[in-house]
Write a protein that binds this ligand. Structure first.
Ligand code: HEC
Ligand code: HEC
Length: 220
């Protein structure tokens, strides 16, 4: 009987795990092939493909409205992953999914290389928070709430070591807050290991506004 119970318990565990985990958060795995693909991106080809993106993301890669993300200066691995996630549906957005449907993996690498070749925006629009008040969270996090320092992953340029952790400097504050809220309520769930969902769901609206202001005006 004991053996049978153990087997039943094991089955219950497997079934339970299947329900809790609806699927992987992203189909992009940083294999050697994917890293090589992103490195092979051709900015010139990316420039041609991205003409249709300029209405919203700007000819200089700066979002045309505060709720449209700036792409200029972004790391190519991050941009590539987002485009691939929109294509597979790991990140849901009807506008973006319809745009990327036509692209091959190489096209997405080319587009990512093009935006990475532009300078980061000097500042982002839509900030209403207190940038100085966000510094402790950025540099130290909050141990009581298990929030790591943002800078551990989104650090100063050239000290980034996480595949997929984007640059945040100069991002529009409205988009920043929107996407953090989407992580917080799970409607954006393409962050591997829930790194951002776990953080965003415990931050207050006030903290989100302050963090958005800090990154929108990186000189502060
Ligand atoms: C009609 C406006 C519009 C057009 C045109 C458009 N986008 Fe977007 N894009 C958006 C919006 C809005 C978002 C934010 C969506 C979300 O929250 O997931 C977005 C998100 C993105 C992101 C994710 C940015 C980030 O910081 O995570 C990338 C990358 C991107 N777009 C690239 C492109 C490319 C490349 C094209 C052209 C092939 C394009 N977009 C065309 C509106 C647009
Ligand atoms: C353990 C590493 C890690 C830490 C710590 C971390 N992030 Fe992230 N963050 C990531 C990764 C990885 C992504 C990209 C996930 C994906 O693909 O959606 C990301 C994405 C984001 C985005 C989305 C950017 C965009 O353009 O859409 C924002 C905003 C963000 N993080 C803000 C923060 C803030 C604010 C903090 C501190 C309170 C923080 N992060 C802490 C790893 C981290």
């Amino acid at each position: 009987m004991k053996g049978r119970n153990t087997i039943l318990a094991a089955i219950a565990l497997i079934v339970g795990a299947g329900v809790a985990q609806a699927g992987p958060s992203s189909q992009v795995a940083w294999t050697v092939e994917t890293v090589k693909l992103v490195k092979s991106g051709d900015p010139e080809k990316g420039k041609q493909l991205s003409a249709m993106c300029a209405n919203c993301h700007g000819a200089e890669g700066v979002g045309m409205a505060p709720n449209m993300p700036s792409l200029a200066g972004q790391q190519a691995d991050y941009t590539y992953k987002q485009l691939a996630d929109y294509k597979t549906g790991s990140r849901a957005n009807p506008i973006m999914s319809s745009f990327v449907a036509q692209f091959s993996d190489q096209d997405m690498a080319d587009i990512a290389a093009y935006y990475a070749s532009m300078p980061l925006p000097a500042s982002g629009q839509g900030a209403t928070g207190d940038a100085a008040a966000a510094k402790t969270l950025v540099r130290r996090g909050d141990g009581k709430r298990l929030i790591p320092a943002c800078a551990a992953c989104h650090a100063e340029p050239d000290f980034r070591n996480h595949h997929g952790a984007p640059k945040l400097e100069g991002q529009h504050a409205s988009y920043f807050v929107d996407t953090m809220k989407a992580y917080g309520n799970g409607s954006r769930a393409n962050d591997v290991y829930s790194v951002m969902r776990n953080i965003a769901k415990v931050l207050t609206d006030e903290e989100l506004k302050n963090l958005a202001a800090y990154y929108a005006n990186p000189g502060n």
